[in-house]
Design a protein around this ligand. Structure first.
Ligand code: ADP
Ligand code: MG
Length: 254
């Protein structure tokens, strides 16, 4: 191809944000010429490449934006290690229909049983569907909110967190929240009520949630919203970490 049309084409492709077309058109054009494919077939292949790449880029972006501390998958979760967990329900949640229905999920159980792992894996599954996800811990959430308030960008952050398709709040219960912290968390949960899906993990049974929030009234109102359309995953069992380190220490003869 002469230089001028090529420069013009590449300029348009950049402007239209078609990076895969830009990268691949020459090679594919040569290939299609060799195979005797016509212009329509060439174009169809090229556009398909862009579409596939675009989906992959979207998923990668969703995973980055979710701010997972690590990426965990359901495939690496050993369900046999925790028989109390409803595997069918977990697999069903991974399909993501609860997100479309704007329902919630609560994972309850002691430390080390895999609550964060499941929450991360459900978050990843949602990202793979192209949905906007945000992962945070309860204390990180409050910290971030207070920082945003001091920098006068609280409203923007609240809007962001209210809008994601799936919000995951991990580790509710390890640290008691201040009055302000409780109110900020309550505010997000109320805004998301019937507007977006939320996953919460906690080491505490519901009766003890009052010890986390600054007031009993707030706890009641929060529980009311979060448990209205909810899937509860009880994870009672031994700590996976503990079990693993114990089996590593066991002498080989045993
Ligand atoms: P929790 O959040 O309940 O305290 P985590 O999800 O952090 O527990 O689990 C602790 C560690 O053990 C993590 O590295 C997690 O990936 C792993 N783990 C826990 N349960 C399982 C399991 N059933 N199968 C595979 N890995 C597990
Ligand atoms: Mg955890």
């Amino acid at each position: 191809m002469a230089e001028a049309p090529r420069i013009l084409l590449e300029h348009h492709l950049k402007k239209l944000k078609l990076p895969t077309v830009l990268r691949e058109y020459e090679k594919l054009a040569r290939q299609c010429a060799t195979e005797g494919l016509d212009h329509v077939q060439f174009l169809a292949r090229l556009v398909e490449m862009e579409t596939i790449d675009r989906e992959r880029r979207l998923v990668e972006r969703r995973i980055r934006q979710a701010r997972f501390p690590v990426v965990k998958q359901l495939e690496s979760f050993d369900f046999k290690a925790i028989p109390s967990l409803n595997k069918m329900l977990v697999l069903d949640l991974a399909r993501g229909d609860y997100i479309d229905r704007r329902e919630n999920a609560i994972l309850l159980g002691p430390s080390g049983v895999g609550k964060t792992h499941i929450a991360l894996a459900l978050g990843l599954a949602a990202c793979q569907k192209g949905l906007a996800v945000r992962f945070t811990t309860a204390s990180q959430f409050v910290h971030e909110m207070i920082e945003a308030r001091d920098e006068k960008r609280l409203l923007r952050l609240q809007d962001q967190l209210a809008r994601v398709s799936l919000l995951i709040v991990d580790e509710l219960g390890y640290v008691p929240l201040s009055q302000t912290g409780s109110e900020l968390l309550f505010d997000i949960f109320s805004r998301r009520y019937e507007n977006g899906a939320t996953i919460v993990t906690s080491n505490l049974p519901f009766q003890e949630w009052t010890s986390v929030f600054a007031s009993e009234r707030l706890t009641g109102a929060l529980l009311d919203r979060i448990t209205h359309h909810v899937h509860i995953l009880e994870m009672n069992g031994e700590s996976y970490r503990l079990k693993q380190s114990r089996s590593r220490r066991r002498p080989p003869s045993e």
